[in-house]
Design a protein around this ligand. Structure first.
Ligand SMILES: [Ca+2]
Ligand SMILES: [Ca+2]
Length: 398
């Protein structure tokens, strides 16, 4: 579904506090809980396993479960700019312009994380709740960004740049917000966004900046009809930084017909993990578990890597476990995991020699409390791109 934003009122004053009784309770709890974790667990120590972060927030019990990744389709979005040139898609001066949208969560939901795909002519820097989460510049292909959200409202801000004199200028984004009840909703750049015919003021990306007197953005074109053509979605995640791993370093030329177990525990004490996106492929097939729960399975016969959204990470310790089976010939496992943290940052974890691997699959190996300390590290078979798999693997779009 597409919410154009009108239901929350583009004419309402910002910050717009909805009439949700829970809001006064939730936000202090988020900060307090995060602060307790940071203060109590120095990053030099292993963390203890905490209760799910969102479950501790009154009114925000997280019942979302892992699922196959859902693309943030750009084809529902619109190109926006200031309207300095009243002709949509017309030429603009060299300039940087602020674009902002506060998205209020419906009263009966709690936002947890988002996938953002953004394209721009000529460049953009993207902020969420004041934190810079990425920058890029391409009107032919969107950039994928992943970010953890606040439960009740979130401020999306973009500094759009037109770097070529007398050329069209525009930003197009689709924001797919995941809620703790397992539902999601799509938001787009449209005429409800706020902008200025001036350079972004200092701290324009912060919630403390009042944009209620700013103008509304002007539509420069739609996905179907604009001077830019139709931008494509980027790959959900890259595999280019990942290694093929197995229990022997020559598995690309042949390996035992067997099932192997792989484990990687991400232990980040100084931050609160919220969501993850996983892209994974195995020769010949696998089942992926996160914190002991089965997420999904895939096979070589599918010919494509599969992406998953994990919306229910634990705050500090998260265990990714994979049962991978070789049926014949070469064997390998390759994956990229992107974890989003409560503070707006993210971390990419790839399959490499730091993973644990065994040539058997012990009972209960997928459990977060399983002791893998006596397992050997995985063998690196080679970088993504090596034979026999090459770089031809199909990767889903963001
Ligand atoms: Ca331009
Ligand atoms: Ca094989």
């Amino acid at each position: 579904m597409v919410w154009a934003g009108e239901e929350f009122g583009p004419f309402s004053l910002w910050p717009h506090l909805p009439d949700c009784p829970r809001i006064a309770v939730i936000l202090p709890f988020v900060g307090l809980f995060a602060a307790v974790i940071v203060a109590a667990t120095p990053s030099s120590q292993l963390c203890t396993r905490e209760q799910s972060f969102t479950d501790s927030t009154p009114g925000c019990k997280n019942t979302a479960t892992p699922h196959v990744f859902q693309p943030a389709f750009l084809n529902v979005s619109k190109w926006i700019w200031t309207g300095e040139n009243p002709t949509p898609g017309g030429n603009n001066i060299i300039s940087t312009r602020p674009l902002r949208k506060n998205i209020t969560t419906p009263c009966d939901k709690c936002a947890i994380c988002a996938t953002i795909v953004v394209a721009s002519d000529d460049a953009h820097t993207f902020y969420v709740n004041g934190v810079r989460i990425g920058a890029g510049g391409d009107f032919k292909q969107g950039q994928a960004l992943f970010v953890a959200l606040q439960p009740s409202w979130n401020l999306f801000a973009v500094a759009g740049q037109n770097t070529i004199a007398n050329s069209p200028a525009g930003v197009m984004a689709t924001i797919l917000i995941h809620y703790t009840d397992g539902t999601s909703a799509t938001f787009i750049t449209d005429e409800s966004w706020r902008t200025l015919e001036a350079a972004p003021p200092t701290n324009f990306q912060l919630a403390s900046t009042d944009d209620s007197s700013w103008a509304f953005a002007a539509i420069q074109g739609t996905f179907e009809n604009s001077v830019w053509g139709q931008p494509t979605l980027p790959p959900v995640l890259p595999l280019s930084g990942s290694k093929w791993i197995w229990t022997s370093n020559t598995a690309n030329t042949g390996a035992a017909v067997a099932s192997c177990a792989f484990r990687k525990t991400i232990n980040q004490c100084a931050k609160v993990a919220v969501c993850a996106t996983v892209l994974i492929f195995a020769d010949d097939h696998y089942t992926l578990y996160v914190n002991g729960a089965s997420v999904g399975s895939g096979s070589f016969a599918g010919g494509a890597a599969i992406a998953y959204t994990i919306p229910n990470l634990l705050p500090t310790l998260n265990t990714f476990a994979i049962n991978a089976t070789n049926d014949v010939g070469s064997a390998g496992l390759v994956a990229t995991i992107l974890v989003t943290y409560q503070d707006g940052s993210n971390e990419t974890v790839v399959t490499d020699g730091s993973w644990k691997a065994t040539l058997t699959v012990p009972q209960g190996f997928e459990s977060p409390t399983f002791d893998d300390s006596d397992w050997p590290n995985a063998n690196v078979v080679g970088a993504y791109g090596i034979a026999p798999w090459g770089t031809g693997l199909a990767i889903p779009s963001a």
